[in-house]
Design a protein around this ligand. Structure first.
Ligand code: SAH
Length: 204
């Protein structure tokens, strides 16, 4: 998976490649899908949600430029797979999920794999996680109509956020850098995520 789908498409960060080699992706999907877990596509995880394609996980992670000492906020825990990758690469991960059954399953898998640097809560993640803000890096793994304002506020200075922004059918992966009190925005590539549903996202 890593050689043919990820390194071959230009992901160079050695730590990201190593994390993607290490985390057992199949454990984050239903056993019936284990033989497809390392394929070049997203997979259903229940509740109409999906685990992202491996390449997209790697790309979004690489863009955060993690060195190992960061506090990272993830919105949309889903299967917990992206959470595990972030936990391999940073000091602490705070992840928010709005669907209870997904959160429960993700928590079980992450506990089983021994990730002690992950905190997950059930909530509308478009509000961020104020108690633990600010965050050196923020990753949103659902498609937003606009960049949620609370997340911009909870981003450290300097800090980096990646978030898919667009309509419900397609989005552009957007990277926002906060530096010296200013925001710099860069667009990366077209993506398709499930909807970010919440007060600062889609209403339904
Ligand atoms: N990173 C996940 C991707 C899951 S899909 C993975 O690797 O599996 C996106 C997830 O975002 C879904 O689980 C969905 O329930 C969640 N989500 C959507 N809107 C949300 C919100 N406002 N707050 C928290 N989670 C949200």
């Amino acid at each position: 998976m890593v050689d043919s789908q990820i390194a071959a498409r230009g992901i160079r960060d050695k730590r990201v490649l190593e994390a993607m080699r290490k985390v057992p992706r199949h454990l984050f999907v239903d056993e019936a899908l284990w033989d497809q877990a390392y394929g070049d596509f997203p997979l259903p995880i229940g509740e109409g949600q999906t685990i992202s394609q491996p390449y997209i996980v790697a790309r979004m992670t690489e863009e955060l430029g993690l060195k190992g000492d960061e506090r990272v906020l993830e919105i949309g825990t889903g299967s917990g797979y992206q959470t595990a990758i972030l936990a391999e690469l940073s000091k602490q991960v705070f992840s928010v999920e709005r669907i209870p059954s997904l959160l429960q399953r993700a928590r079980t898998v992450l506990d089983k794999l021994g990730y002690r640097n992950v905190m997950i809560k059930l909530d509308d993640g478009t509000w961020g996680w104020k108690d633990y803000a600010p965050f050196d890096a923020i990753m949103v793994t659902a498609g937003a109509p606009v960049v949620p304002e609370p997340l911009l506020e909870q981003l450290s200075d300097p800090g980096i956020m990646v978030v898919p922004v667009g309509d419900e059918y397609s989005q552009v992966l957007t990277k926002i850098i906060k530096r010296d009190g200013k925001l710099f925005t860069e667009t990366l590539e077209g993506v398709r995520f499930v909807k970010l549903i919440g007060d600062h996202g889609w209403r339904v």
